[in-house]
Design a protein around this ligand. Sequence first.
Ligand code: PMP
Length: 286
Amino acid sequence: MFDFVFIDNGLVSKRSASISVFDGGFLYGDGIFETLRSHGGKVFALDRHLDRLFASARALRYELGFDRGYVEKAVYKTLKKNLISTKDAYIKIIISRGQYKNRLDIYSAKKPRLIIMASKLKEGKNMQAKGSKLISSTIRREPFTSGLYRHKLLNYLENILAKNQALRSKADDAIFLTKDRYILECSTSNIFCVRGRKVLTPPLNQYILAGITRETVIDICRKERIRLAERKIHYSDLIRADEVFITNSLIGLRQVSDIDIHPIGKGLAGPVTSMLRDKYYELARP
Ligand code: PMP
């Protein structure tokens, strides 16, 4: 597990992998991250993850002293040093703003930090056929109130609290809803439903994360000529859907078997979910 960690310009053993308590990431949650996975050494959609990371870095005005090529090489070096270049692995890339010289003045933080960790995943882990149980989080989010939901911020506490509402209810994830009960996303995944043969997912203008897996599923739908619409979905329509599935980089696509007290479909992956999942793994696996 995370034997060697890449920090700024090289790999260090996990014992000496540390960041200052004065770092803005620690003091203020001022940092961004990406979670990726590799399948047999093939890092899935690294380009798209770097696009998102660097787009967030620009939007949040990090003055990076490194470019995408540098991060890409560092990811592969980290896999190699941890002896997981040909394995299934969990990879995390973190950028923090570094130390502020003047309190809360972002331009006084001149040296963002780059951290990369990777550890082996059990073969096939997170890909079991069992459906996920979701609950609706009591945390309500309103679209247009904060553009920050578009970024994967080190301040992940709202997601963690929602996820823990799910865990305490023996569920797998929690859905964020608006106060009018439109669904947004889950604490660690995007959400889709299928009605008839049409795939629906909430649009990005609701200020949700532009999930890399979400984008990949949308691409597959376009390529396979499956009807897809990005549009607002009400909770009452979600629980009546034929199929519901969630997506993220670690689980890929996973069918949902229950939402709160409502069973969804027949509990097993429905035909559209299964087909999309197969196509997704054709892309992701070596
Ligand atoms: N929404 C949220 C809030 C998330 O934390 C994640 C996990 N990164 C996702 C969606 C899914 O994103 P991705 O497909 O890029 O892993």
